[in-house]
Design a protein around this ligand. Sequence first.
Ligand code: GLN
Length: 483
Amino acid sequence: MSIQFKTIKDLLTMLKNKDISNKELVKDTYSLIKSNVHLNAFVTLNEEMSLKKAEELDKNKSSGNLAGIPIAQKDLFCTKDLRTTCGSKMLSNFIPPYSATVIENLENAGCISIGKTNMDEFAMGSSNETSFYGNVANPWGSNLVPGGSSGGSAAAVAAGIVSAATGTDTGGSIRQPASLCGITGLKPTYGRISRWGMIAFASSLDQAGPMARTAEDCAIMLNEMCSHDLRDTTSLDEEIPDFTSDLSTSIKGLKIGIVKEFDLSMLDNSVAQVFEESKKHYESLGAEFVEISLPNISLSVPTYYVVAPAECSSNLSRFDGVKFGKRCENPQNLEDLYIRTRSEGFGDEVKRRILIGSYVLSAGFYDAYYKKAQQVRRLIKNDFDNAFKKVDTIMTPTTRGAAFSSGSKGDDPIQMYLEDLFTIPANLAGLPALSIPNGMVDGKPIGLQLIGNFLQESKLLQIAHNFQISSDWHLKTPSGDIN
Ligand code: GLN
């Protein structure tokens, strides 16, 4: 029985019924990885260890809720004894001595970390074209980008290689590639999942989350990914519910907010049409639509592009040729060591962010840029607080359009930054948000975004699951020949 395009739930049933052994499942997964090498979705494979773990599971009675499930891990999570590059030349030789909490949690649940997925360098990008390890192709068309920065994870799930993958989302990096590849992806509330062992990009925005074919699988993954972690001071000490328990509860009477300030004319035509159809679909499920106002929302992208580079310039200062990763050859003195290590180790987009970040944090400009951006961030958060007095969730398109051609936005960083127009606000406010496939445009999938109030992941997953049990957009599989 083929394992391609199976969900976690399917695979757990197959393993339980002994339709497949753990070892066969792992072997079949590597066969799929190999027949899809053109996607360049993986940077490092973990074949030997994975087979060993599967054999052990076959011998001993398997334990853990996800025992034997192969998971593709974004190459931003530290994995003990397994190379972790973060898509950068700087970390091309970095073998972490420990695993991130998320990895530990998933492995404790029995998951098999099958390999590390390609990504934009240090998670900076929206198209997976900034990785030192090459571009990732979208399974729907080899000339299309998969989105970024979790593009390798999204491509691996969309191609049906794995049922689920981990991603991280600082300004949209789970939801935007989920939309462009036709899968489901959730960015939880800031602090829901520990950031310990995640290579930091912008610490006040970064959040890990699940990427899978269905909302139900995202809930199953989330159950294992969350924990209160004393090693991360921003990790929330909140009750962790069973995220699967309310999935099928009806959403009749639920209030969905539509943002007045998002003008649908800024979307590609057919995206607006698909969005309207999804509204009708939710109406047929008994939901009510309410117009809400987020007056400062148009300031989200500029605010993000001050805050994120500022934090990145500080976080990435540790990559200096002394503490981690690569060091330049034959440094003449300490300054030469720093300059050449960083010049050689980082790509253009990372350097651009470090320069912007250092500038907005510098003594003369801090008040004008960084402090101002933090003030605007608070206003955006207040806007959401007000909106959630009236509605249960806020619905927007995830992206302005479907997957674009590789190279088509490369020359203009601003165009690329606008890819995250709809996703960035949730990161600035720390709110949970997810993307589900809700239609096709020119044969390519697009996504619908649902933003929830603080800690309301269960409700978001319920709203998404209700959509998926009454539609089939999430079941579409790529033919690979679209341009
Ligand atoms: N595309 C955005 C950026 O380049 C968001 C990336 C992310 O969420 N990691 O910063």
